[in-house]
Design a protein around this ligand. Structure first.
Ligand code: BGC
Length: 479
């Protein structure tokens, strides 16, 4: 029997007798520190390629300039609308920025469902839906008739031409609407609103969620210079020296760069660490070949990697006495949030058993322990890869400034980081190993996508008709 060949693997979850064959499947997920160092070195090179004047066109890590580099002066004020598209939910918000006190107050918000078909349908239909949701919100808030400025957190890779001109490079995560790639997203939104003709919006500012996150953390900690998202997708932005951003004129000061690190590996440079399960996840996704790094890390894909592993282990009679279930064989049926429940320190085993029963599987106690280890292998790899990527950014900032030691803060958001029981700890441990000369504080953002967008819009308004130079340190106050 497979359990006759056993080895003991000590994890922070359980001490379990692990069949050798199971271990063989999980081994490729355990990346050594040396391997993580190699990954970090490859990313370091890709950051430079992305920043280069001539090399950026073909660079897998896009390194997009955001034109964000100044601080609000405290005179920003007023009411703003914010849209947040590209995370777990689509949201519409009403935000008030209060002068002097520099407070950002979230007045109200509404979640609007986007049906899956719409995420894959014509772009015009998606933007009509967004315009309709905004209309419903304005009606419910009694705001129709006012022409409010709008901050649009659009969490996809965009080539930002101006604060209100942002060309979608490509869709990621679950979206693939036709007629949007290569187009100006602000124009598409405005056209949809004008097609309705029953309300209008004021000036628009486009923001990536990483940038909103960095900014919304800036008020608590003025050294917040990195924004990171580990949720449905993954990405980070950081403050780069302008002289290194070859596509942008200027020598002095810094600019926030949206790295789009999800695209790391799209040129094949992560081949050695991708497993057969990663290959299947990519090939069966709606955008094969795109965002390889993201597909090894973020919430949209982790559950599916686990499911594929469980199916394979079952087919090889290493789990559930070789019997799968309809649910287990259904793509995406094993949700990433199950991993958080399964890996919980207390109660995790019981959660595992409930989830397996829900999935129609007949389990015994060894099965449930193996399932926990599978989840742990997949989530640990994600945390460690993210840690390696973050260490690369921190090291870069330190070297840029010729410092022996860097003290900096990272603003973080995203369901995986916030909800998974050991993710943040493993990520931090990896950063400590790979960036020993950087002392990093992690700050969880409070709704950077909503309030950050409003703040960027507020500053954009003040600086209207000037080059937008924002790098916000402001106070956010939750109502
Ligand atoms: C997008 C990024 C975004 C990240 C996190 C990625 O798929 O390309 O723009 O910041 O997801 O939401």
């Amino acid at each position: 029997s497979p359990t006759s060949q056993i080895t003991h693997r000590k994890t922070n979850l359980v001490r379990v007798a692990l069949p050798l064959q199971v271990q063989e499947y999980l081994e490729p997920f355990h990346l050594s520190v040396e391997k993580l160092r190699e990954v970090s070195a490859r990313l370091r090179k890709d950051l430079v390629r992305g920043l280069g004047k001539h090399s950026h066109h073909k660079a897998p890590v896009k390194m997009l300039p955001t034109f964000v580099r100044a601080t609000p002066d405290g005179t920003e004020k007023g009411d703003f609308l914010a849209l947040d598209l590209g995370g777990t939910n689509f949201r519409v918000l009403h935000v008030r920025v209060v002068e002097e006190e520099q407070k950002v107050l979230k007045m109200d918000s509404q979640i609007c469902a986007i049906p899956k078909e719409m995420m894959l349908g014509p772009g015009v239909q998606l933007f009509d839906h967004i315009a309709a949701c905004l209309n419903d919100f304005l009606v419910s808030q009694n705001l129709k008739g006012q022409t409010l400025p709008l901050g649009f957190t659009f969490s996809f890779p965009c080539e930002q031409k101006e604060i209100d001109k942002s060309i979608l490079i490509r869709w990621t995560k679950g979206f693939n609407c036709s007629g949007v790639e290569g187009e100006d997203v602000v124009k598409l939104l405005k056209e949809a609103i004008h097609r309705r003709g029953d309300y209008d919006i004021g000036s628009v500012a486009m923001v990536n969620d990483t940038v909103g996150t960095m900014m919304s953390c800036g008020y608590r900690d003025q050294s917040c210079e990195i924004g990171m998202i580990i949720g449905t997708g993954t990405n980070a932005c950081y403050m780069e020296e302008i002289k290194n951003v070859r596509r942008v004129e200027g020598e002095d000061g810094r600019m926030c760069i949206n790295t789009e690190w999800g695209g790391f590996g799209d040129d094949g440079c992560l081949k050695d660490i991708r497993t057969e399960f990663d290959v299947v996840v990519d090939e069966t996704s709606i955008n094969p070949g795109i965002h390889n790094f993201e597909k090894m890390i973020s919430g949209m894909y982790l559950g599916e990697i686990v499911r594929l592993l469980l199916v394979r282990l079952t087919e090889n009679k290493l789990l559930f006495e070789g019997r799968t279930s309809e649910a287990l064989l259904t793509p995406d049926a094993f949700e990433t949030k199950f991993m958080s429940e399964i890996e919980e320190r207390d109660g995790g085993l019981e959660n595992t058993q409930n989830i397996l029963t829900e999935l129609g599987l007949k389990w015994d106690s060894v099965d449930s322990r193996i399932v926990r280890l599978v989840c742990n292998a997949v989530s640990s790899r994600s945390a460690r890869l993210c840690g390696a990527a973050l260490a690369t950014l921190a090291n870069r900032i330190r070297v840029n400034r010729r410092l022996d030691h860097l003290k900096t803060t990272v603003g973080v958001d995203g369901t995986v980081y916030k909800k998974h029981p050991n993710f943040s700890e493993e990520l931090r441990a990896t950063v400590r190993l790979l960036a020993p000369d950087c002392d990093i504080t992690f700050l969880v953002s409070e709704d950077g996508s909503g309030k950050g967008a409003a703040m960027v819009t507020a500053v954009a308004q003040r600086l209207a008709h000037q080059t937008l130079e924002i790098y916000c340190f402001f106070r956010v106050c939750t109502l």
